[in-house]
Design a binder for this molecule. Structure first.
Ligand SMILES: [Mg+2]
Ligand SMILES: [Zn+2]
Length: 182
């Protein structure tokens, strides 16, 4: 079985920029490629889990999204980093689907398709919906302070949501995971 790190996209891998509808708005955050490369080298499956309600809202099509994801994977690959799989929820929050974070539909699918060992897996994201999906799935969850992370941290304190760890960015979160595994 494989261990995995599930990573949110917007605000965690790339700069938060509202509904990103074209590759022109796609900006990798600093040290993202290095972080993912380290996970590749440590034999973690790197799995992106992303809410993309911009599709249901009509801001972009699934074809646009696939182009963005191809470009994201390409830019990372040029820096030696591989994404094993990108899963996304295209639905509107009101659709009440089972795949929009904090629900765990996408995580479940990933676990099945990639034969994942959950006891050694983590979720990293900048929103409490990421953290809650990790908690709901029974894995450790790390909040990063990029994207909405700082504001979300305050809410986590108020609501007493248990964070396994907080990190400045994806790279620091990955360093924590890799040190812990030793
Ligand atoms: Mg995010
Ligand atoms: Zn969905």
């Amino acid at each position: 079985m494989n261990k995995a790190v599930f990573i949110d996209r917007d605000g965690t891998i790339n700069k938060e920029a509202g509904y990103i509808s074209s590759i022109n708005k796609l900006r990798l955050l600093p040290k993202t490629a290095l972080a993912i490369k380290l996970l590749n080298q440590a034999d973690y499956k790197v799995v992106v889990i992303s809410n993309q309600s911009g599709i249901a809202r009509g801001f972009l099509t699934e074809i646009d999204l696939k182009k963005i994801h191809r470009e994201l994977a390409l830019r990372l690959k040029r820096r030696g980093a591989i994404l094993d799989k990108i899963y996304y929820c295209p639905h509107h929050p009101e659709d009440n689907c089972n795949c929009r974070k904090p629900k765990v539909g996408l995580l479940k699918r990933a676990a099945r398709e990639l034969n994942l060992n959950l006891s050694q897996s983590f979720m990293i994201g900048d929103k409490l919906s990421d953290i809650k999906s990790g908690i709901n799935f029974g894995i450790k969850a790390i909040l990063v302070f990029t994207g909405y992370g700082k504001e979300e941290y305050k809410t986590a304190q108020k609501e007493k949501i248990k964070l396994d760890y907080t990190a400045l960015n994806l790279y620091e979160a990955v360093r924590y995971i890799l040190n812990k595994g030793k």
